[in-house]
Design a protein around this ligand. Structure first.
Ligand SMILES: [Zn+2]
Length: 378
């Protein structure tokens, strides 16, 4: 869920207009962000918000850099308004508050804001012993039996449920690897022998290659999810998110580049691709097919990008699983909420009799011979 920085131009312009037109600016923008996050029915709806935290901070950084006076008054306003949010609402700004580049905007209150977010998460952990997510794993008293299933992608493959049977789920983690959360997520999965598919972003892979190697070492499947998380389809929502519709060639570069980054890091990549936001076009679907690569959607959306309590995240996701009885679950390993809830979520899955499926290509050699990548010369 990282925005494609290539296309930020138009969005920033839009954000500037919002800030300039609104009375009070900062407080309006922050409250609009909280409202938009709450009302969004899908990730793309949230990402195309003119008040998305990434856009707001981008604008504030520019304003703060323009003059010392502006910087001082902006810091004061942003700090005041963010500090007034409760922990749950503040959590949608989590990644931006952490980002080093944003220190110029929130220098005076960064520590205080981070403490509040920390408190929000810690207060929701099991009351008896307040443990960090990875510590609580030592208590895992169950193991999922290994359930590997093969899918043939030679002539393409389109997955919504992954064709698993009742009481079977496939876990998927998008947008990583993240230096903050992926390893915590790996520990949670390892503790109970659960295997997943990771749909990695090239720009995250290039920043965190060692973490991707740890994902691979744990035996998970690894597909890709584009280079920059640009919206590759031709819908209006894509146009709004990118500021333009990508040409077929531009989209193909994104798809190839996602696969190439994983291949360059590991020497292999599974023939699995997930379109950012699930947005595709017939031409791009066909492109995957002719490159013997499967297209993965999902049938159960954790909505882990939304401000919510851990309990709500778990109960909403489980309710969808129980309603459908099976399917592909979408999480993001860049979301702290997911790292926090995963041990408890996995325990609930197990106690309800679900099996976690590891999907692999029918022929494992295809991993080393993806048609989407250029092989390194020996
Ligand atoms: Zn994504």
């Amino acid at each position: 869920m990282l925005k494609a920085s290539l296309f930020l131009g138009v969005n920033v312009l839009a954000a500037t207009l919002v800030v300039a037109c609104s009375n009070g600016g900062v407080d309006h923008s922050i409250h609009q962000a909280v409202t938009d996050n709450k009302n969004a029915k899908s990730l793309i709806e949230w990402e195309k918000s003119d008040s998305h935290p990434e856009l707001l901070f981008e604008q504030w950084r520019k304003d703060a850099a323009s003059s010392p006076e502006k910087k001082a008054s902006l810091q004061e306003r942003v700090c005041k308004e963010l500090a007034a949010l409760d922990g749950e609402a503040l959590s949608i700004f989590d990644n931006e508050i952490h980002a080093e580049k944003n220190a110029i905007v929130i220098y005076t209150c960064k520590g205080q804001l981070l403490e509040k977010i920390e408190e929000f998460y810690v207060s929701q952990r099991p009351a008896a012993e307040v443990l960090a997510p990875q510590q609580s794993l030592q208590k895992a008293h169950f193991q999922f039996p290994l359930n590997v299933q093969k899918r043939d992608t030679t002539n393409g493959y389109f997955a919504v449920t992954g064709d698993v049977a009742r009481k079977e789920v496939i876990l998927t983690f998008d947008d990583g690897p993240s230096e903050r959360y992926t390893e915590t997520i790996l520990q949670a999965l390892r503790a109970v022998n659960a295997k997943a598919i990771f749909f990695s972003l090239a720009k995250s892979v290039r920043s965190n290659p060692e973490i991707l190697k740890k994902v691979a070492a744990d035996g998970h499947s690894i597909g890709s999810h584009s280079i920059t998380h640009a919206c590759l389809g031709t819908s209006r929502a894509c146009q709004k998110t990118n500021g333009q519709v990508l040409s077929f060639d531009q989209a193909a570069v994104e798809i190839r580049g996602g696969h190439q980054a994983v291949y360059d890091t590991l020497g292999w990549v599974d023939p699995f691709f997930r379109f950012p936001y699930g947005e595709a076009s017939p031409e791009l679907k066909n492109f995957l097919k002719t490159n013997s690569t499967g297209e993965f959607l999902w049938s159960i959306d954790s909505e882990d990008w939304k401000a919510q309590t851990n309990e709500k995240l778990i109960s909403n996701t489980l309710a969808q699983i129980e309603a459908r009885g099976r399917g592909i679950v979408l999480f993001h390993d860049i979301q702290r909420r997911t790292a926090e809830v995963l041990p408890q979520f996995l325990a609930e899955l197990y106690s309800r009799g679900y099996s976690v499926v590891l999907l692999q290509p029918a022929d494992m050699n295809i991993r080393y011979n993806s048609k989407l990548v250029k092989k390194k010369l020996p």
